[in-house]
Structure formats: C-alpha cells, structure tokens
Design a binder for this molecule. Structure first.
Ligand code: HEM
Length: 539
C-alpha cells in the first residue's frame, strides 16, 4: 500500500511537472506569436490557465467572464476513486451524465494538475466547434505519436496535427467526403452485403432453432472490415467466408488486441514513461497491436504498388480506386499512405459494427418500428430490388434508423480537443491550451434536446418538408466541421445498404438467449453483452 501511495505521489508530481512544461510551451508559443523578439504582454506571460482573470473588454461582454477556479467539478481524489477503484473507464458515458447533473453543463475535472473542462450542453458544444481554426487539435494523442516516433512511422489523419494534418486531410477529403464520392462504391459494398446475408443463413443453421445468430457483433465486425477494405484497399479480404485467410485472421487478432487492450492502452497513454518498467504490459500490448495493424496495411499497400508498377512496365493503363489514386498521384508519401490506411481501417471497423449491432438490437426490441421501416422499403423498392446509394434518400426511415441508433448509442460517447485560443464558454474564460471533453452521450440523451430522449423514434429525424431542420448539435456522432469524421459517408453507405437488405430479407427478433444489453465504455461505446438475434425469413 505504501508503495502504491508513493507511486501515486510521484505520478501526481510528474503530472504537475508535465502541466508546468505545457504552460511554458504555451508561453513560448505566445512569445513566438508576439514575434520580433518582443516578449508577450506581462499578463499573458504570468498567466496560469486556471486563475486568469479576463476583463469585460477582453471577453467582449458586459460582465467579465469567470475564471476556471470558479468552475465546479469533481476533484482529483474523487476522480481517482471513480475511475481506478470503481472501474469508471467502463462507465464514462454514465459519469458524464452524473457529473453534468451534479455540477452543471460545464464543469472541470482534475487528475492531479491535469485539468479537463467537460461540456455537456448542446449550444456550448456548437459554440466551441464553430469557433475552431484551420487545424483543430485532438486531445490525448501522445501515446499514438510516441509509438510512431519510436518505429519511424508517419502519423495518419487521426494522430497528425497542424500542417501535416492539413496536407493529408486536403488530399483525402476530395476522395471520400461527399455522398456522391462514395456512391460509386455501391456495387462493391452490395457484393459484401450479399455475402453478409449468405453468412446470416449459414450461421443460423448452426443453431438448434435454425434462426439465431449468436453475438451479431462478430458478424458485423467482419462485414465492416470487408466493406471498408473493399473501398480502401480495392480488395476483398475473405472475412465473411467460412475459412478466413490467415493474413486477415492475423489482422483481426491485432485489431481485437488493440480493442481488448483499449482500456489498458488508455492506461498506456496515462502511465508515464518512467512508470513503464513497473507496469510494462499496457505499453507492450499497445505497441504489439500497432505493429500488427501497420504490417497488414503495408502488405496491402505494397501489393497494390507492385501491381501498378507491373502495369506501367507493360505499358498498360492504370485504373483503380482510392489507393491507386494515392499511389499514382504521390500527393502523399508511401509512409503517409501506410499510416492513413492503418488509421482509417482502425477507425472504420468497430465504429460501424457496433452501430449496426445496436441498430439490429433496437429493431428486434421494437417490432412495430421495424414494421414501419419494412413498409417504407417495400414501397420504395421493387420486390427483390437491390438498393444502391441513390435509393437511400427515398427511404428517410432507414436514415432515421441510423441517426437514432447513433443518438442513443453514440459510438464515441465523447470527443476531445485542445483549445487553440482563449474562449469564453458558458460564462467562463477557457484559456488556450485547455483540454476539452465534449460530452456527446449526455447531450444526446438530454430531454431538452430530444423529447422522449430514451425512446427509440427513428421518425424524429424525418423532415416534414424542405424547411424543417431536424439537425441538432445535441447529437453529432460524426463530429462537426473541419475535423469531423472523414469516413462518415463510407460508414453510412455500408450501414444503409446492409440494413435495407437485412430488413428486406428477414424479420429480426430478439433471441431468448439475449438478456437486456446495456452499453459499456471500452474506449468506444460497446454493447455490454452479446446481442443474439433471430433472423426469420420474410418470404
Ligand atoms: C458509425 C461509424 C463512425 C462513427 C460514428 C465515427 C465517428 C467519428 C468521430 C466522432 C470522429 C472524431 C471527429 C472529431 O474529432 O470531430 C471520427 C474521426 C475519424 N474517423 Fe470516423 N466514425 C465512423 C466511421 C469511420 C469510418 C468507416 C472511417 C474510415 C473509412 C473513419 C475514419 C475516421 C478518421 C480518419 C477520423 C479522423 C479525422 C481527422 O482527424 O481528420 N470513421 N470519426
């Protein structure tokens, strides 16, 4: 116990040093901004973020903003108890709600000197995101960067910052950001959906009732991996086959390790370098899973590169999709392509598969809603017609189903930012360099934002006419603005096409083997227990 106390004490002291270093860096950055060798104004030089007192003139408001010292919130000790002793890491979504009820819609949390300002208010979230500059900074990416530096790897879109990020984002955004960019992949995705439907039939045959698919997330994980790979690598991986190829199995293992060690990798990020010799496992697993993920991407990128070289050598035309474009245009280096392929595949699999699992669960729990969606599909498509991207806008309930699922179970229950300039939010001055947590789970389930917030109502997203705005900063599961999810349109295409065909083919029912499934935070918001579902033929 004494050792634990001592380590905790040392840990807090190191955190304090780290925070002071960061302040020094900020002061240094401010110094450069004021350039020409002039030191920044004294007030800024001496300012410590938390006690800085802004003037009314500086905030542009009638009354001066309050300081962070005045902001309520849980202290270090209660946070340590909540997170480390009461396993708060698996209940981050609930803690958001509890804290915002107790302390208000903007509150601060402390881990030693590490301070996080949490915002659980729709309008304040909008204010923060609308005020973002040209390269918003994501929080807590240090461990990702450290791994990449250690292995001499590039950062990808998720982990890059500043100019590096801007350059990569501008290349990728022109390829996949708009619905019409991804519409061309409908046929490729539909080939994967056809395999998904076949696999449902194979799996349910293995169960005594001939109807149940156990743990649907396992199936959707493979579907999402196959779907995203067909777009990004221009290649099928065989994940929906009875016998999955060895290479794909190895990748799945690396992805599972990354995911199952997510909690430990959160510790990996939180555990300072000097403590690693005492607690080596999280960092070791973290590096091991990244090695596996990078290796997989590299194999596929290199294979495509060889194919392209061979065609060029034979004087043949080179045609292809996203990866071919990146390799041929050389707008990114090959290292940057490896990194982006790795990070996008990581970002695109669990997110999509969890959302599909929750959608199927909600449909099974609400047969009447399911019937209304089925009727919409039947009205829109001819019998047996395979939907393509262009059909989706004519099925607003399919879109509503995905939006409502992501409102009830936002796969990223919160998002992080480091503020890049002083902001006044909710009446408080938040100095540049402060870590923000945007509490999407809380705002999604707030009655003020969504009446009947705990109810499953896909209809709430259906516009009555062109002037009816149903968008709402209370639920922004893909983020908002310049740093929002770049894979959104890919994810939506995969989910819309798969759900439409599953609803066309099957009546979905909860299996007696499924208990009530509650969400759990595991890095992402995941089903806390297996979802077992019966797929009953419609015909
Ligand atoms: C249901 C599915 C998905 C959800 C809910 C989701 C959600 C998100 C969210 C909330 C962010 C952070 C945005 C921000 O910081 O403001 C993000 C970032 C990102 N997502 Fe997704 N995502 C999904 C699927 C995908 C897919 C399929 C891909 C890739 C094909 C992808 C690639 C990325 C990347 C690369 C980023 C980092 C963007 C950047 O920093 O510029 N995501 N996603």
């Amino acid at each position: 116990m004494a050792l634990v106390k001592k380590m905790l004490h040392l840990y807090l002291r190191r955190l304090s040093e780290k925070a002071e270093n960061r302040r020094s860096l900020l002061r240094a950055a401010a110094f450069h901004k004021h350039s020409a060798g002039q030191p920044p104004p004294a007030a800024e030089e001496n300012a410590l973020p938390e006690n800085r007192v802004p003037s009314a003139a500086a905030t542009g408001r009638d009354t001066p903003a309050k300081t962070l010292n005045e902001m309520p919130g849980p202290n270090t000790i209660s946070n340590i108890i909540e997170f480390f002793y009461r396993d708060g890491f698996s209940r981050i979504h609930e803690i958001q709600q509890q804290h915002s009820k107790k302390y208000g819609r903007i509150f601060k949390s402390r881990f030693g000197p590490q301070l996080v300002v949490s915002i659980a208010d729709r309008d304040m979230v909008a204010e923060v995101l609308r005020a973002e500059g040209v390269a918003p900074q994501r929080a807590n990416m240090e461990s990702w960067k450290e791994y990449r530096d250690m292995r001499g790897r590039s950062t990808g879109l998720i982990s890059a910052e500043g100019e590096d990020w801007m350059k990569m984002r501008s290349v990728l955004r022109q390829l996949i950001m708009r619905p019409r960019d991804v519409a061309v992949f409908s046929d490729d995705i539909n080939a994967v959906v056809a395999d998904l439907v076949t696999r449902v039939c194979q799996l349910r045959r293995k169960q005594p009732d001939g109807l149940t698919v156990l743990n649907v997330n396992d199936l959707f994980f493979k579907y999402a991996m196959e779907g995203v790979s067909v777009i990004m690598y221009e290649q099928r991986l065989g994940c929906l086959e009875e016998r999955i190829p060895q290479q794909s199995l190895e990748y799945i293992a690396a992805l599972h390790l990354m995911f199952s060690s997510f909690k430990t990798s959160m510790y990996a990020g939180a555990i300072p370098v000097w403590l690693r010799p005492f607690i080596p496992k999280p960092w070791r697993e973290f590096c091991h899973s990244w090695d596996g993920l990078f290796k997989f991407s590299q194999i596929h990128v290199d294979r495509k590169l060889s194919e392209i070289r061979a065609r060029l050598a034979a004087g043949e035309e080179v045609k292809g999709g996203m990866l071919t474009y990146l390799l041929v245009t050389k707008e990114m280096t090959v290292e940057e392509i490896y990194a982006n392929m790795t990070e996008m595949l990581l970002a695109g699999v669990d997110t999509t598969s969890f959302t599909l699992s929750w959608s199927i669960y909600l449909l099974a729990l609400h047969p009447q809603v399911q019937q209304r969606i089925y009727e919409e599909v039947e009205r829109t498509l001819r019998p047996g017609q395979v939907p393509v991207s262009e059909d989706i806008p004519r099925m607003p309930l399919i879109r509503g189903l995905v939006k409502e699922t992501l409102r009830l179970f936002p796969v990223l229950p919160g998002n992080g930012r480091i503020t890049q300039k002083d902001l006044v939010v909710g009446g408080y001055l938040i100095p540049a360099g402060t870590q923000l947590a945007l509490c999407h789970y809380s705002t999604s389930l707030d009655e003020e934002n969504f009446p009947g917030a705990t109810e499953f109502q896909p209809e709430r997203w259906v516009r009555k006419d062109a002037t009816d705005r149903v968008d709402n900063f209370g639920s922004i599961p893909f983020g908002y603005g310049i740093r929002s999810c770049i894979g959104r349109r890919i994810a939506e295409l995969e989910m819309h096409l798969a759900l439409t065909q599953l609803i066309q083919n099957f009546r979905i029912q909860v299996s007696p083997l499924t208990q009530v499934v509650r969400p759990k935070t595991h890095g992402l918001l995941t089903p806390g227990a297996p979802i077992n579902v019966q797929f009953v033929d419609r015909l």
